[in-house]
Write a protein that binds this ligand. Sequence first.
Ligand code: ACG
Length: 480
Amino acid sequence: MIFYELFVRSFYDSNNDGIGDLKGITMKLDYLKDLGVEGIWLLPIMQSAAFHGYTVIDFYSINPSYGTIDDFKELTKEAHKKGMKIVLDVPINHTSVKCEWFQKAINGNEKYKNYYVWANEKTDLNEKRHWDDSLIWFKYKDKYFYGLFGSSSPDLNFENKELWKEIKNVFKFWIELGVDGFRLDAAKHIFDYDIKNMKFKYQHEKNIEFWKEMTGYIKSLKSDAIIISEIWDSPEIVKKYHGLFDVEFNFPLSYYIKDTIKYHDPKILVNGIEETLKHYINGHVESISGNFFTNHDMERLTSEFNGNSDMSKMSFNILFTLPGYPFIYYGEELGMLGEIIDVNFTEDSQEPMQWYESGFGPGQTEWKGCKYNPPYSKLSVEEQEKNQNSVLNHVKSLIKFRKENRWIENSKIVDLKNDRFIVTYTLKSEYKELKVYHNIKSQKTTIKLEKNKSYKIFGNAKITGNIAQLYGYATLILEK
Ligand code: ACG
């Protein structure tokens, strides 16, 4: 399946308030269909006061700026008609401080007090998050709560089994509305505070127990639900969760792909595939590798390459010739730019999708000024649809190829090697084989081919007899 990560606020605005909405997505389903998207991962759509939606006020509602429950039903219905699935982001590790549960808790309601984690005499109120310098204890009225993701998002206390029931109801609610699956936000954080010793500590075993019960429950309601986990960590940690979810985002692989191209070093990709992909495709892990470059928490792909769209195109050549599910972050297919200095401030990688070169027109979202993707920067859909060499048309042709070769999703990689310029491997299924050559460098190189084979080229290459000249950032795929 080919997935598209979509930020509603920035996508398409149906009611002229400048904010993208659900109706807007329904209106633009044909754009996604034409691109070749098969699954849409919606960033949080529940009621929230934050622009990103990850601090939820009410898990059983839709953000009024995005529309209504009926708009959501309509979106899933129309997406299904076009053969696309809708997967919802559910950030259940924490709530908003504005959530009724938290408000009741702070006002002394015993049941809800036990939904959150409160400071006691053992608490070090200056304790910091392990990956940056952010504090994790915050004062609200006269109490201190634990909030790993900041002062407006108190963590839920999953030691309390009542809450497990509540969260099951949340999943049930959305399944009944027609959703096809979930992206489980912050999956390694459900149990990340040791309340006995009052210290931050990942408790992976407990997380696994929790998710086993939740995924089992979701599958009992909808056996083909697609469950995708976000565990942003090193391969050693990700390994602990292997097989638990249908799809696991492969964060380590995302870095390897980008570094390969950034440093023009074919060896990085060879090592990266060996280390982060082979165990999925050799059948050692039941989950599918969710392959991607960046998401809404990260610097955008083309910005990683200082605006060089040929390098972005090369990244896509790699993404669509690897086993697993490819994920595109909205706007990546246009080469949109966006830098992030601090993971707590991600607005700049979530700018409005530019539909028109002028920056104006029906449906254009305007909730934020475009610092990185201003009008007339040739990053609009309008412009890129016209230009044969655009990133958009490049991605479309790769997706078309990928769909004609759906078996790649579950293929094996053999004969993986590199020379100074090129990474070569063979994608193999029981009946089919493709040999892939990626020229990772900007200069051209020559390769000798076995004769009489049909081929596909993504990028520039010249083939004369059995000699192929691969220009910089080009990929050649030979059929057996
Ligand atoms: C999710 C969402 C994100 C959202 C939240 C909270 C969670 O995608 O948009 O924030 O609902 C951590 C968490 C992730 C979280 C990100 C933002 N993402 O684990 O679940 O933060 C290290 C840490 C990771 C950490 C990452 C962040 O280990 O845990 O992610 O840094 O940079 C190598 C290492 C790896 C290391 C990386 C990067 O790969 O192996 O361990 O990761 O390098 O250094 C949203 C907003 C926030 C708001 C919150 C409430 O964006 O601003 O506060 O909602």
